[in-house]
Design a protein around this ligand. Structure first.
Ligand SMILES: NC(=O)c1ccc[n+]([C@@H]2O[C@H](COP(=O)([O-])OP(=O)(O)OC[C@H]3O[C@@H](n4cnc5c(N)ncnc54)[C@H](OP(=O)(O)O)[C@@H]3O)[C@@H](O)[C@H]2O)c1
Length: 323
């Protein structure tokens, strides 16, 4: 495993583990996964040197935090646990109360990173950050982060907090690229969520074999037309994977974390996937491979917006999602 070179109180692994899947009905993995496999995934992740674990109060309405906390047990003290608040009522006392509730569900004395899940479109971040500041003062929160923030809003949140907002967790993968120059210039971190584009980049799915759970049935990325458009990108990943005796997923992760300020938090539906994702931290891509994949990524232009919405509705009517 490789770790972020940053002055955080605890080590942060370049490959973390996303826990949205834990206990969340929309992934459709069922009770056996929530009750046993998720626990095994966390325990194996610890053995393999993963120290970054990401969850949120909204995942499974608190179940993800509970499952993660139980599986980590005493190891909670030594790893970097990140959770998130959904800022529907962004008042300072509410932020404080919700932070305490998340910590209780996790069984944690301190949240290593407390993130605002998404910007509230109607309210600026002053009151949220007042709550965050209070939580930092009491020692319940170490670092503050944001998620799905624009650069302008990330900087404004930092001004409001009066100290660093360590990270911005954004959708970032070869299928969906964002620029990271701000983090590079200011010693901040990009936490890449959906780093496998929710499994698209594994190459496991195509127009004839689409995943049927609710998350992906509602995602433009898995529309038949986008799966077809992704074929060249996946072929490029396969070619590089062959040269490294690796899988397309591993190459997609290795590509992301090659940047020193980027960490990735893939979710996993099995221990085998977790093991494979962790092993991606040891893959060194050549400059040529990196550049070629970047070019392929730029050429991938999925259908989005209104056109995608209409197609999602058509596809959902033709094939109901599995819950
Ligand atoms: N801040 C936010 O707004 C936000 C939004 C989304 C996610 N997140 C966080 O980011 C984490 C990861 O994102 P994500 O779950 O959306 O997408 P992801 O990590 O790109 O995809 C996860 C899915 O990909 C498949 N997969 C994983 N490893 C694989 C492997 N080695 N080989 C083949 N397939 C593999 C699995 O699905 P199958 O096996 O079923 O194909 C798994 O459930 C979440 O758990 C959550 O913590 C945050």
């Amino acid at each position: 495993m490789r770790y972020l070179e940053m002055d955080t109180a605890k080590k942060v692994s370049k490959i973390g583990l996303g826990a949205w899947q834990f206990g969340s009905a929309e992934w459709g993995y069922g009770d056996a996964y929530a009750g046993a496999e998720a626990h095994a995934i966390v325990r194996r992740a610890l053995q393999l040197g993963v120290t970054l674990f990401d969850t949120a109060e909204i995942y499974g309405f608190g179940r993800s935090e509970r499952i993660l906390g139980t599986a980590l047990g005493d190891d909670l003290q030594s790893v970097f646990v990140a959770t998130k608040i959904l800022p529907v009522m962004p008042l300072a006392p509410v932020v404080e109360q919700r932070g305490v509730a998340s910590a209780a569900r996790l069984g944690a004395r301190m949240l290593d990173l407390y993130q605002v899940h998404q910007p509230n479109p109607a309210v600026r971040d002053g009151t949220i950050m007042r709550g965050m500041r209070a939580l930092q003062r009491t020692g319940l929160v170490d670092e503050v982060g944001v998620s799905n923030y624009s650069l302008r809003r990330w900087i404004a949140a930092e001004d409001a907090l009066g100290t660093r907002v360590l990270s911005n967790q954004v959708r970032y993968s070869l299928a969906d690229r964002r620029l990271v120059p701000y983090a590079e210039a200011h010693g901040r971190v990009i936490i890449a969520y959906s780093p496998l584009a929710q499994g698209l980049l594994s190459g496991r799915y195509d127009a004839a074999n689409r995943p049927s759970n609710r998350v992906r049935a509602n995602s433009a990325m898995f529309l038949p037309e986008n799966l077809e458009r992704a074929a060249d990108l996946i072929a490029a990943l396969r070619a590089v994977a062959e040269a490294h005796r690796a899988t397309p997923s591993q190459i997609a992760l290795a590509w992301l974390i090659r940047n020193p300020v980027v960490v990735a938090i893939p979710g996993a539906s099995s221990v085998a996937q977790l093991e494979s994702n962790v092993a991606a931290a040891d893959i060194e891509l050549t400059n040529e491979e990196y550049a070629m994949l970047k070019e392929e990524s730029a050429r991938f232009t999925p259908v989005t917006g209104r056109a995608a919405l209409a197609s999602i509705v058509r596809n959902r009517l033709a094939r109901p999602a599995r819950y």
